[in-house]
Design a protein. Structure first.
Length: 318
C-alpha cells in the first residue's frame, strides 16, 4: 500500500509523566457548530516551530479552502487565486512566514508570505507543462518541492522551484514514466520522493548527483517511496513493501544505511509520514489490513515503536 501524491506531516508532542496536564487534543480547522460554513471534515498537513498549523477543509457549496490556525488567533481561512479556486495548503516554514500548496482552477503551485495574497508559482515551458503543485518548502521559503504535469501525456514529474531559477524538472529513473518530489530539506538542497515504473522506487535528488534510486531496505524488488525528509537531510522516511506486499515504515540514512521500523502488537503494516528536524523522532501510522484498522504511531531514536493511543492512555490522557 503506497500513499501516492499524499503529503502528510505529523507533529508529535511527547509528555513526561509530570507534564500530562499540558497535553491534549484541540479540534482545529472546523468553524463553530452552527456556522453555516461548517465543513464536514478537515485535514492538517504542516506545523511550524511556534505551533501554527496549516491544512485544508471542505466547505459545502464552496469547495476546498485552506486555513492556518494558532492557539491565540484560532482559524484563519486561506482563499485561492480566484473566488472559485480550491486550495490545499501543504507545508509551512518553521518561522510560520511562508505557506505553500496547490491551487485548483487553475492548477498551479502557490505560496503565501506573511499572510499576504496568494502567489502563483506557475509552471515552466507551457508547451511542455500545464500544471504544477507544491508539496514542501525549505526553511527560508525560497525553495519548494512539487510536481509538474506534462502536456504530452498527463504524467507527472518530480520538480523543484526556487526564487532565482523557477521550476526544474528532476526527471525519472531510466525506464520509468512518472516521478514525485514529496519533500525537501531545510536548506532546499535535497529533494526526495519516488519514481514510478513497474514499481515505485524511493529516490533522492541533489544538484550534484541528480535523481538517484535509494536501496530497498528488504533487499528485494518491491514498491518503496520517501514521504518526508529531516530538515538536516540526515534521514528520509516513508514506506517499503515487504515480500508479502505489506507496507512497512522505512528509513533511509544519508550515510547509505536503511532501516525497517518495528510494528506495535496487533498490526501488520506501517508507514512513516513525518520526521523531526534531526531525524530522532519519526511519526506515522500502524495498520491492521485484515480489519481495516489504523492508528497513529511514532518511533524514537532507538527504534522503539509506540502506538500513540496506547502511549497517551499510559500518560493518563483519554
Amino acid at each position: 500500500m503506497l500513499l501516492r501524491n499524499s503529503f502528510v506531516f505529523i507533529g508529535l508532542a511527547l509528555a513526561s509523566s509530570t507534564a500530562t496536564a499540558d497535553i491534549g487534543f484541540t479540534r482545529i480547522g472546523v468553524p463553530p457548530v452552527g456556522d453555516p460554513q461548517t465543513p464536514p471534515f478537515s485535514d492538517a498537513y504542516g506545523v511550524s516551530d511556534n505551533g501554527t498549523v496549516v491544512g485544508s477543509h471542505f466547505i459545502p457549496g464552496t469547495g476546498f479552502r485552506s486555513f492556518s490556525w494558532t492557539a491565540a488567533g484560532g482559524r484563519q481561512q486561506i482563499n485561492g487565486l480566484t473566488p472559485s479556486s480550491g486550495i490545499f495548503a501543504r507545508s509551512i516554514t518553521p518561522d510560520s512566514r511562508v505557506i505553500v500548496g496547490e491551487n485548483t482552477g487553475p492548477g498551479v503551485a502557490c505560496r503565501q508570505i506573511d499572510g499576504g495574497a496568494i502567489q502563483s508559482l506557475g509552471f515552466s515551458d507551457p508547451d511542455i507543462y500545464d500544471q504544477s503543485s507544491a508539496s514542501d518548502v525549505s526553511n527560508d521559503g525560497a525553495a519548494v518541492s512539487g510536481l509538474l504535469s506534462r502536456v504530452e501525456d498527463g504524467t507527472f514529474r518530480a520538480a523543484r522551484w526556487t526564487e532565482g531559477s523557477g521550476w526544474q524538472d528532476l526527471g525519472t529513473l531510466d525506464g520509468d514514466y512518472e516521478s514525485s518530489a514529496n519533500t525537501i530539506s531545510g536548506d532546499g538542497s535535497v529533494v526526495a520522493g519516488y519514481s514510478a515504473g513497474t514499481y515505485f522506487t524511493a529516490v533522492r535528488w541533489t544538484q550534484a548527483s541528480g535523481l538517484q534510486a535509494l536501496p530497498n531496505p528488504f533487499g528485494i524488488t518491491s514498491n518503496t517511496a520517501v514521504i518526508a525528509i529531516a530538515a538536516d537531510a540526515s534521514s528520509s522516511v516513508g514506506q517499503a513493501a515487504d515480500a508479502n506486499g505489506f507496507s512497512q515504515a522505512a528509513v533511509w540514512k544519508s550515510n547509505g544505511t536503511t532501516q525497517i521500523l518495528s510494528l506495535a502488537d496487533g498490526f501488520d503494516s506501517a508507514a512513516a509520514f513525518g520526521v523531526s528536524g534531526n531525524g530522532s523522532i519519526i511519526g506515522g501510522s500502524f495498520f491492521n489490513d485484515s480489519v481495516g484498522q489504523d492508528t497513529a504511531a511514532f518511533w524514537t531514536a532507538d527504534g522503539t515503536a509506540y502506538n500513540l493511543q496506547v502511549f497517551l492512555t499510559g500518560q493518563g490522557i483519554d
